[in-house]
Design a protein. Sequence first.
Length: 417
Amino acid sequence: MLIVGIDDTDSERGFCTTYLAAVLIERLRASGCQTGAPRLVRLNPCARYKTRGNAAIAIPVEAEDPEEIGKLALDTLLELSDLSGRNTNPGLVIADRVTAEMRRFYRRAVTEILEIEEAKRILSSEGIWHRGFKNQRGLIGALAAVGSEFDDHTYELIAYRRRGLWGTPRALDEDSIWNADRATYPATWDTVDYSNRRIVFSPHSPDPVLFGIRGDDPGAIRRAFSMIRSEAPERCVMYVTNQGTDAHIIDMSDRDILLHDDRSYRLRGSVAGEPRVIEGGHVFFPIDLGERKIECAAFEPTKCFRKIVRSLIPGDLIEVYGSMKSGTLNLEKIDIISLERQRRSRPPLCACGRRMESAGSGKGYRCRRCRTRSMEAEIVEHPRDIEEGLYEVPPSARRHLAKPLVRTRNPRAHPSR
Ligand code: ATP
């Protein structure tokens, strides 16, 4: 058994590594090779040179000789890559075994930022067949894809467009998509975004993808597919994937805190200041992690999620999930573990029945009618306008790797659909 890993073949102008893989699978089968379930492997979403979702592909093939499979894979790669793309640096890796070091490389590629030289060092020390083009950055993703093993997995069925239609608007019947979602959610998810009234399973870029149906159950995904009316796809592939599994999240809830930019974390702490809204609608608040404080951010595209964040008050105990960028954690999810009691002070009631007024800064309160004075404010408790539990950004703002709350089956979860 060989595993073929491919990455970094497309650009914003066109093509898609998953399409190349779909064509290669067909050609491998036509040449008499059996292929196993192809894997759509998402890597660190903070990687700088990604085109879109930092995807790489691994295809298991029943064959012995990497040279023979390599020739077919290379021809397909050269035919279906945008080698002229400024940031397109294809990598192709074919391994006949997966070693502990390769598995470790995958784990690091999904959580950290790696160097091309690290990939090359492993490829040469393990004697793995590979080809890299231009600056060869794609070898990072291709090697990580080959070494990938999923603790948790989901599925995505991707339908591809006929070549003559690439770059033209996609013909999709919207009602059929909403119906397919209604019939198969929660076994499928992130097809539509109810809160923003948007279809989110289809890109708007000139690439070959018509749409992708994600979910936990291949049967439900196929049922959704059969309900969707659209232009006729050229081909479809069902991938096993680490999407929707939080594979990128480093759990720091019980560990020492050393946080790096471009990594994603789960952190526990208490809200250390009132949330602030800045121009553009972005919301920020500080969290106290015990040894240090950091800022958390919910940016404008996270839409209704910002309302939850704005409702936090100092003292709330929370767990936050998100990526560190310039020392700020960009939120994907939040678990509100316990809510602080919200107390507000107001002028006290006077013995005469009238509410007192402020007598000026630091001077307490006085009654206008009977001139009585008091230094003591009245403390009233205000009910909170959120409940404890887990909240997440809506599907339109969701990262491929982020685990949708609907998958957690947690009674405390408030899934955004
Ligand atoms: P698409 O989703 O359309 O296939 P993409 O978003 O996957 O595109 P690529 O064109 O594959 O983007 O580019 C990502 C590049 O970043 C690749 O060269 C890949 O090898 C590299 N890369 C992936 N993960 C890491 C990482 N953890 N550290 C450094 N580089 C990485």
